[in-house]
Design a protein around this ligand. Structure first.
Ligand code: ADP
Length: 276
């Protein structure tokens, strides 16, 4: 559009060029919908324990005021419900923290073997409580990869915790660090259980937020439905891939494949050995 044209030509002059902006809003709309769905689901999930808490408080103020037995029972349930709210809030915050870093690949080095040992130790009490044995299998030397230790511990613990909770009909759970079977180039972290398994139609959706195969059993197991969503987000940032294989009645195997490997340096080994 030529400057001064309007003054000379008097109102009706056609502009010399028109800039047309065509924006593909489909992807943006999809992301917005995902965000609003997440807020709606999170609010709904939080409302359930909150409604229960309110109900018990009202009962304790009124009808059960002088009933010591009922009071003790109700207080125990209230503690459980507030624990559920805390777990949901913790997982929602974890997820949003990881999302903020989604495009930043971790720069530090970490030892996969140490992570696996640490996670097995951390979940030993739950395994004992459920009557399961955790079999760990890993190389004797450190396996250095580029990654965030705390985040990869969270990945391992979420997968191991699921294997223990949903695979409790089996007698054992395997936690393995090994070379990938095909080609043997990349390192692979595998968590295998011998429980009921997961029906095939659910496999593609497992890492969606709040997706659960069986809501009742997830709740009974203190699940939030966010564990595998957190795992997926951490692994995306690590450029690692997750694969799930399952056969009904025989269990499930979750495999994480790390694309990059670092050369074994003396300093790496020292670093790994110095971790208690
Ligand atoms: P939750 O907090 O419910 O455990 P997750 O995101 O960790 O949520 O897992 C999503 C769902 O996937 C679970 O509710 C469960 O139904 C199913 N699942 C996950 N791991 C296993 C497993 N090892 N065996 C059977 N089902 C599983």
């Amino acid at each position: 559009y030529m400057p001064g044209q309007a003054e000379q030509g008097g109102g009706g002059a056609a502009p010399d060029f028109v800039l047309v902006v065509i924006q593909n809003q489909t992807e943006q709309r999809r992301l917005e919908r995902m965000r609003t769905d997440f807020v709606a689901n999170a609010s709904h999930e939080l409302r359930t324990p909150l409604a229960s808490l309110t109900g018990f408080i009202e009962t304790l103020q009124g009808p059960a005021k002088d009933d010591t037995d009922a009071r003790n029972r109700f207080l125990a349930i209230m503690l459980e419900q507030s624990g559920r709210m805390r777990r949901l809030i913790d997982d929602i915050l974890s997820l949003s923290r990881i999302e903020l870093k989604a495009h930043v690949q971790p720069a530090e080095k970490t030892d996969l073997v140490e992570i696996v040992r640490h996670s097995a130790d951390a979940l030993a009490p739950l395994a004992r409580e459920l009557g399961l044995e955790v079999h760990t299998e890993s190389p004797d030397t450190p396996v250095m990869i580029r990654g965030d230790r705390d985040e990869l511990i969270q990945v391992t613990e979420n997968l191991l915790e699921n294997a223990l909770k949903y695979g409790s009909q089996g007698k054992r759970v395997d936690l393995v660090v090994k070379r990938q079977e095909t080609g043997g180039k990349h390192w692979c972290l595998q968590v295998r259980d011998y429980g009921e398994g997961i029906p095939a139609e659910h496999l593609p959706r497992l890492t969606e937020r709040f997706y659960r195969v069986d809501v009742a059993s997830s709740r009974a197991m203190k699940g939030t439905g966010l564990g595998l969503a957190i795992v997926k987000h951490i692994l995306t940032r690590h450029r690692a891939r997750i694969e799930v294989a399952s056969e009904l009645g025989k269990g499930a195997t979750f495999s994480v494949v790390f694309a990059g490997e670092l050369p074994h340096q003396e300093s790496d080994i020292e670093l790994a050995l110095s971790v208690p």
